[in-house]
Design a protein around this ligand. Structure first.
Ligand SMILES: NC(=O)c1ccc[n+]([C@@H]2O[C@H](COP(=O)([O-])OP(=O)(O)OC[C@H]3O[C@@H](n4cnc5c(N)ncnc54)[C@H](O)[C@@H]3O)[C@@H](O)[C@H]2O)c1
Length: 338
């Protein structure tokens, strides 16, 4: 690329002059970038992850794999142990593909990038980026971020992995300055395998914060997309109403779950029909999200018709038919995809 630029520039003196001017301007921009606060914000080297559950363990793992120094924090040593177990098992699977001759060496090299602690204040002392993946409770998340605000460096970026809560409401637990460095970073399950990350910008998120988050997700080998702070962001906003409408079709007797799955797999090219997906995600989770959205519908943030209660869904959840996790949902476990 550079050599073809040089060849072209040699063709005319005036172009040479322009190139020289452009080079001067470029080096001045580079000098400026290397000294401005926004460039420093972009240099994320130390990541702290809160919550060592399913999502937090996955985020810590992909962070460590991308070369970041990671601190993983949870409320108990047992939870941290559980998180490290999840990471170890997942890394062994990655190592089988990437380094089949030295699985242990590969795994231990990445694990060296991960420290653990139950001391939340200490966990963020050095951090450039905090990603929170704790339980889905607005109060618990706000309490945590409110506490961390005074413990973390002033240029540390805060991100939440919430699926269904308002990023803005969580960010408001912090100072005005921190709210500019606050965004949603929504990973998908299982984190090491799923390429997508939704970056959620609130009205306060600064451009330099957004750019730094984009850069770090690319470094984690993910594909970031951007969305405003709206219910369900992109994926769930489209997916949840589709899943709910599929249940309504069965409730009305329009078609069977099997035929709807076949139709969407063969007719729409979806890898998995809605009922297989519902059983995979968990009927309780879908019911919980739609309940949360009914509150948002009351506040006019989403159309009420999309999230009307569904008797069939409520009945199955009450009966404990939650999908894969309970052995039965719309399908019996023996019919479920692995
Ligand atoms: N599970 C999914 O498919 C999925 C997908 C995307 C986003 N999310 C979101 O990610 C977050 C975590 O979900 P998960 O499925 O990993 O949950 P999980 O239940 O597996 O793990 C949550 C962890 O947070 C810990 N925790 C609770 N309070 C804490 C605190 N104050 N400080 C530190 N740790 C604390 C718990 O001990 C637990 O280990 C939730 O906000 C959820 O909505 C989940």
């Amino acid at each position: 690329m550079l050599s073809s630029i040089s060849r072209a520039s040699a063709m005319s003196t005036s172009r040479n002059t322009l190139n020289a001017a452009a080079a001067t301007r470029l080096s001045s921009i580079q000098r400026h970038l290397s000294t401005t606060p926004s460039a420093r914000e972009g240099k994320i080297e130390r990541l702290t992850v809160f919550g060592a559950g399913l999502m937090g363990a996955g985020i810590a793992q992909v962070g460590a794999q991308s070369g970041l120094k990671v601190v993983l924090s949870d409320v108990t040593d047992k939870a941290l142990e559980n998180g490290l177990n999840i990471i170890q098992k997942s890394l062994a699977r990655v190592a089988k593909k990437k380094s089949p001759d030295d699985i242990e060496g590969f795994t231990s090299k990445i694990l060296k990038n991960i420290e653990t602690t139950t001391d939340a204040g200490k966990a963020v002392e050095q951090s450039d980026l905090v990603i929170e993946a704790i339980i889905e409770s607005i109060k618990v998340k706000r309490d945590l971020f409110g506490f961390l605000d005074s413990k973390a460096k002033s240029d540390c970026i805060f991100a939440t992995n919430t699926s269904s809560l308002s990023v803005t409401e969580i960010a408001e637990s912090c100072s005005k300055e921190r709210q500019e460095k606050f965004a949603g970073l929504h990973f998908f399950n299982p984190v090491p395998a799923m390429k997508l990350v939704e970056i959620i910008r609130t009205s306060q998120t600064s451009t330099s914060t957004y750019e730094a988050l984009k850069e770090v997700t690319l470094r984690m080998n993910k594909s970031p997309v951007t969305c405003n702070d709206t219910p369900g962001f992109i994926v769930n906003r489209l997916l949840v109403p589709y899943l709910l409408e599929s249940i309504r079709m069965v409730e009305r007797g329009d078609a069977t779950p099997e035929d709807i799955d076949t139709a969407m797999e063969l007719g729409a090219g979806y890898p998995m029909g809605p009922f297989k997906l519902l059983d995979f995600v968990g009927l309780d989770t879908t019911s919980y999200i739609s309940q949360g959205w009914r509150d948002k519908a009351e506040a006019g943030q989403i159309s009420k018709e999309l999230v009307q209660p569904i008797e069939l869904l409520d009945k199955l959840v009450k009966e404990g038919k939650l999908g894969r996790k309970s052995g039965e949902g719309f399908y019996k476990v023996s019919h479920m995809i692995e």
